[in-house]
Design a protein around this ligand. Sequence first.
Ligand code: ATP
Ligand code: MG
Length: 227
Amino acid sequence: MILEVSEVSKVYEGVNRSLTVLDDINFSVEEGETVAIVGASGSGKTTLLGLCAGLDVSSSGEIRLVNHHLNLLSENDKAEVRNKHIGFIFQNFQLLPTLTAMENVMLPLELQDKAAEAGHKAKELLERVGLGDRMNHYPNQLSGGEQQRVSLARAFSNTPDILFADEPTGNLDDETSVVVEKLLFDLNKEHNTTLVIVTHDMELARKTSRIIRLKGGKIMTDEKVKA
Ligand SMILES: Nc1ncnc2c1ncn2[C@@H]1O[C@H](COP(=O)(O)OP(=O)(O)OP(=O)(O)O)[C@@H](O)[C@H]1O
Ligand SMILES: [Mg+2]
């Protein structure tokens, strides 16, 4: 198993009441599996993805990711696991505003002392997502869909073992969505990259091997997709 989520809850403590956003979540994902997480707005999808990737800390429960108990790792160790093994596509992109598209994509490799190959790899990935002519633009000079594609190229740059994607096609037109979807599933086929994709797009969800449906912070269903 590349990801094991056991009895995970997330509670936000307010001034006079607490809000349970995730309530006793249990599931595990095998290497190479493709999983969609679906559910209404506010059902806890982004929160769950952040916990799985070690970007956020649960209130209780355990998460094992690429053979690491996330609870037992320091922030630095978690960052190292993320750099080496994880790709993450944020719902709101989270590109660094002071870096160009090219520099944003190069960063994960540079952080792993792979600066020598970073430029070449970044160029190749940006061309694959159709941004060969936008490489030196800054995020504020790019449209939402273009930023999303830079974020995708960045998430691919370290050839992750597992890729978490939060609405990877949420801001894209149909044609670009097809390109992005193909990239995701090609990555899975070429490198056996595990995909965990949050999406509202049921057509995309049905292309994965399994759909987990969240409702009010609980798993309602967890079903294999029939081929
Ligand atoms: N820092 C926070 N403090 C308090 N409540 C929060 C915080 N972050 C998220 N929430 C709440 O947790 C719930 C789940 O949020 P989350 O972003 O995981 O939903 P989602 O399923 O990704 O929704 P969407 O489809 O709109 O992206 C929401 O009700 C949200 O208001
Ligand atoms: Mg969300």
